[in-house]
Design a protein around this ligand. Structure first.
Ligand SMILES: [Zn+2]
Length: 973
């Protein structure tokens, strides 16, 4: 103890002395804002959480300090600002300073403005347009010669883009960024002049503008209701919470679109996202495995910048600034991949946050331990203030800015070099190209992928003739993504397969993301450089497929082939008043083969204007409808347009947000209901046909039943005082769960013909509460996988859930749950037959093989089975056993199974796959007139798993005919 104390005293002395020599506050000839400076010192808990860059505030006659506009200094205890206030401050600085300009970068999903603030010296601000041009040219070396590049590099400056508050409860960065803008605009020391002269700093104070304002409301609510439980941040943005930083592949959120649009407008050399969680300042590199598609130059730049910061901060005696641990560096789903997918550097901090702007004593766990990568670890316990967080983020950032400013030429040269090496990729490491073949029945899915790649800035071409490469023929119209382009790494990273060694450090997030299998379309990796000579043209606008009606004349019905393209689901809802049928098997008509599940639209039973509506819808959506002169001879049933409810908890709304988003992108109407609505609604079937229950984070059945506890109501709704609370759903009280009463309502709903679909962890609800017996969840013993793409096989081709699918499919699986089905599930894993017959160890040693019978010597051979005898169970037990058999045993259908072990892995991490092989991935269990469908996989994950969406859509459209194709069990009437 005393030893620690002495060290601490020595440390403080060293810091005091060193800061004495370093501090411009004491020696600078520039004026400082004394009142502000004193408050900085007051609000910082320890001297060693200050550096000479932030231990004072320079005064300005013209530019308003944050205190002047906002009333308090930045990092004051208990003070947080709304987005509008932050934007207002940035505008005020821009108004007053020729070194600052504010730009709008778009609106959020809820319509709030996101901004970028540019800070530099007056000269750079005046020539922003030219600097943008220069960086755009360096980004595409095909347009310039090396000699021109050299001139441009001297003329241009790097842009360093800092983004804050992606994660709403991590609330220090927007505050800090206001002060940083002020400092960068007014401080005239050499340090700041160099930064301004040599670069443009672009600052987006709040990325998640919707969530920021909600968070500030919850914080103020907490301050005012100290006696109450903390109000959780139920919603951040309109759709997702923390996963807003996992959308850089799917690009489904407005926030991601705005980030990417801003990237392409500015081509920032570095993008730096500010997060809070790790003590005291973690600067990103990661444990590895690092993303294998990035240019190693980028990875070296991670290290260079991280160590520039660590070194400067450590020299000044700041404890706990470190790198290497915490995160892996593997997946490209983080927002900083807007930069990384396009040859810029992406990086992030995690600083020690806290609860809002509180000051409190905090303890540090394992991260206070010294390690080779953390020679100067955080302290074990510390009194931590909001201002400390502001100091650390701001100081380290300024050192990073200074490092890039001092090395401006090097960073621009490396950016240009990386862009060149990306263009050369086709002929150096390869592949030369990717092909997305023209695939009959998949035009829309292919267009969707092509458009996504184009959104990422990838150039996509289309073959103008049929061609052959590597002895494979591809039709004209197939898409070719040449990898001799600046964004070749982006295309290759998104289309290639991933291998994550199970012995590597624990993955931080998803380990696989290959888009071809996830979209359920074919993609081909081509090493052969001859592909680059195939005649092709560049696709210059988004691919839009115009649909059509074929053989309209004299048709008495129309057929649309079911190939699991998602807009087909939209089509059903768009023509909801028109009667349609689903073919129960595949069939041939008009010399064309139609898959099981194909839509049949008979004119006779429909209103006269049906053809017009049909034409309009197929043309707009991009489908092909074939007119037939007779109704196809195939068994069919009615295609429903069910009333769908998406069920959410108040515990976590994150994962269901991806479901809402997918529904809304397809214009599918749905009701959005909470567990409490189920609890309080006796007759659910009168309101809904389908209840979909997307995954709940940390959800287990008991938590879903009991929900949030507490003595007094916890309202989640908008009020005059808290205008940002509420959101997609609101309530007077978030306490409670579905309760036992709700389970009964759910059971009644299903028995009356409703469909209930629990996804991943939620499968435990109907299992644990006895709605089914022949499905169980078992604990994995060997399996190790995380966010991987695995191969699954359709195992019941007649189930409507599998309509339109081919034999296999790439699915997203996160390691749980493992489903057990059948007798073992019903008996808790016991093999009853073996138990009763005592025959658990298989046949006796003897002659023959497993199937070829043993023959006892010296007596005539008798087969072991005689007529009337069961398998292994003595006849006298069999009748009695029937009493204990679960009622659903003979009725369950496993419609999708994980593939054999050797075929299982498509992308990501997988070990112990034998535990997963042939295991059920989707199971349909009838209950009364309705059904429960269990999903072990997540069919709607982060807008990436578009090829699995139709497993759900099929279930919806056929919810009242899910028994179609099921062989009747012997005892069923
Ligand atoms: Zn974060």
């Amino acid at each position: 103890m005393s030893c620690h104390f002495k060290t601490l005293v020595r440390l403080i002395l060293v810091i005091f002395i060193s800061s004495f020599f370093l501090s411009p506050a004491l020696f600078s000839t520039h004026k400082i804002d004394k009142e502000y400076t004193q408050k900085i010192l007051d609000y910082t808990t320890e001297k060693f959480f200050l550096t000479e860059l932030v231990d004072h505030l320079p005064a300005s006659e013209t530019v308003p300090s944050p205190q002047k506009v906002l009333g308090t200094i930045i990092g004051a205890p208990n003070i947080l600002h709304y987005t509008a206030e932050i934007n207002k401050y940035m505008e005020a600085v821009a108004e007053a300073s020729p070194r600052v300009e504010v730009f709008s970068i778009g609106l959020s999903d809820e319509g709030k403005e996101m901004i970028a603030v540019a800070v530099s010296d007056e000269k750079n601000i005046q020539r922003i347009k030219r600097i943008k041009e220069i960086l755009a040219l360096l980004a595409d070396p095909r347009q310039i010669k090396d000699s021109q590049a050299e001139i441009l590099i001297k003329e241009g400056v790097p842009i360093y883009w800092i983004t804050g508050a992606m994660h709403s409860p991590e609330c220090g960065s927007p505050e800090m960024l206001m002060e940083l803008v002020y400092r960068l605009a007014v401080d005239d020391s050499d340090f700041f002049q160099t930064i301004r002269h040599n670069m443009i700093i672009l600052i987006t104070p709040v990325l998640e503008v919707d969530g920021r304002d909600r968070y500030v409301d919850t914080y103020l609510y907490k301050k005012e209701h100290k006696d109450k439980k903390t109000l959780p941040l139920v919603y951040w943005g309109n759709y997702v919470g923390h996963d807003n930083n996992r959308d850089a592949i799917g690009l489904a959120l407005k926030l991601s679109e705005n980030i990417l649009k801003t990237y392409f407008e500015w081509h920032p050399t570095v993008m730096h996202d500010l997060h809070e969680s790790v003590p005291f300042l973690y600067t990103s590199t990661g444990t590895g495995p690092y993303n294998a598609w990035l240019d190693p130059i980028t990875i070296n730049e991670w290290q260079e910048l991280a160590y520039a910061e660590i070194s400067e901060m450590t020299k000044r005696g700041v404890p706990g600034v470190w790198t290497h641990g915490f995160f892996d560096g593997w997946a490209p789903s983080y927002s900083i991949y807007a930069a990384m997918l396009h040859n810029s550097v992406g990086r992030f901090y995690e600083t020690f946050g806290g609860t809002g702007a509180d000051t409190l004593v905090r303890t540090v766990g394992a991260q206070s331990k010294r390690a080779w990568y953390r020679p100067n670890p955080p302290l074990k316990a510390v009194k931590w203030s909001f201002r400390n967080n502001v100091n650390l983020q701001q100081s380290a950032l300024l050192f990073a800015l200074k490092h890039v400013a001092d090395n401006q030429i090097k960073f621009l040269k490396e950016f240009y070099l990386k862009s060149k090496r990306s263009v050369a990729k086709a002929t150096t490491e390869g592949p030369a190209a990717w092909i997305i073949p023209k695939e009959e029945g998949k035009f829309l899915a292919v267009a969707d992928l092509v458009n996504l790649l184009r959104k990422h800035g990838v150039e996509v071409c289309q073959a103008t003739k049929d061609f052959t490469i590597n002895k494979e023929k591809y039709p004209s119209g197939s898409y070719i993504i040449r990898l001799d382009q600046p964004y070749s790494r982006c295309a290759d990273m998104l289309l290639d397969t991933q291998y994550y060694n199970p012995n590597d450090p624990r993955p931080y997030d998803d380990t696989g993301w290959t888009l071809g299998p996830l979209f359920n379309i074919k993609t081909v990796r081509i090493m052969n450089q001859k592909i680059l000579d195939v005649p092709m043209t560049l696709v210059t606008q988004d691919v839009k497929i115009k649909g059509k009606v074929i053989r309209e004349k004299n048709a008495i019905c129309f057929v649309i082939n079911h190939t699991t393209q998602n807009p087909l689901f939209k089509f059903r809802y768009q023509l909801k008043d028109i009667k349609m049928l689903a073919a129960e098997t595949s069939f041939k008509a008009a010399e064309k083969k139609f898959r099981a599940g194909s839509f049949i639209i008979p004119l006779q039973s429909n209103p006269p204007q049906t053809v017009d509506h049909l034409k309009k819808a197929v043309e707009e959506i991009g489908l092909v409808a074939y007119g037939l002169k007779s109704i196809p001879k195939v068994k069919s049933h009615n295609l429903a347009v069910p009333r769908i409810a998406i069920l959410h908890t108040w515990l976590s709304t994150q994962n269901e947000g991806w479901y809402r988003l997918a529904f809304e992108k397809l214009d599918i109407p749905y009701s959005y209901i909470s567990l409490q609505d189920i609890r309080d609604t006796e007759d659910l079937k009168s309101k809904y046909d389908v209840i979909l229950f997307p995954p709940v984070m940390f959800g287990k059945a008991q938590r879903i039943v009991n929900g949030i506890s507490g003595d007094s109501p916890l309202p989640w709704k908008k009020s005059d005082k808290y205008p940002n609370l509420g959101g997609p759903d609101s309530t007077d009280d978030i306490r409670g769960g579905i309760e036992l009463q709700g389970i009964l309502h759910l059971q009644q709903f299903i028995k009356k013909g409703g469909l209930f679909i629990p996804i991943t962890s939620n499968v435990s609800l109907p299992i644990d509460y006895g709605l089914v017996e022949s499905v169980a969840v078992v604990k994995p013993k060997k399996l190790k996988t995380a966010g991987a793409i695995l191969r699954a096989r359709i195992s019941d081709r007649t189930s409507p859930i599998t309509y339109g699918y081919g034999p296999e499919l790439g699915v997203h699986f996160n390691g749980a749950p493992l489903l057990e089905t059948g007798i073992k599930a019903a008996t808790g894993g016991i093999d009853i037959e073996a138990l009763i017959s005592g025959d658990s160890k298989g046949r006796a040693s003897g002659r023959g093989s497993l199937k070829d019978p043993d023959v006892i010597q010296g007596r005539p051979y008798k087969p072991p089975k005689i007529k009337g005898a069961g398998t292994g169970i003595p006849a006298e037990y069999r009748e009695m056993l029937k009493l204990f058999m679960p009622p659903d045993l003979a009725k369950i259908r496993v419609v999708l199974r994980f593939d054999r072990q050797e075929k299982l892995l498509i992308s990501g991490l997988l070990a112990g796959g034998e535990e997963l092989q042939n295991r059920a991935a989707v199971v349909d269990v009838p209950l009364g007139k309705g059904h429960i469908i269990f999903f072990a996989i997540n069919p709607m994950w982060r807008f990436e798993t578009k090829g699995s969406f139709f497993l759900l859509f099929n279930a919806f459209l056929n919810y009242d005919n899910l028994d179609a194709g099921r062989p009747k069990p012997k005892n069923e009437k």
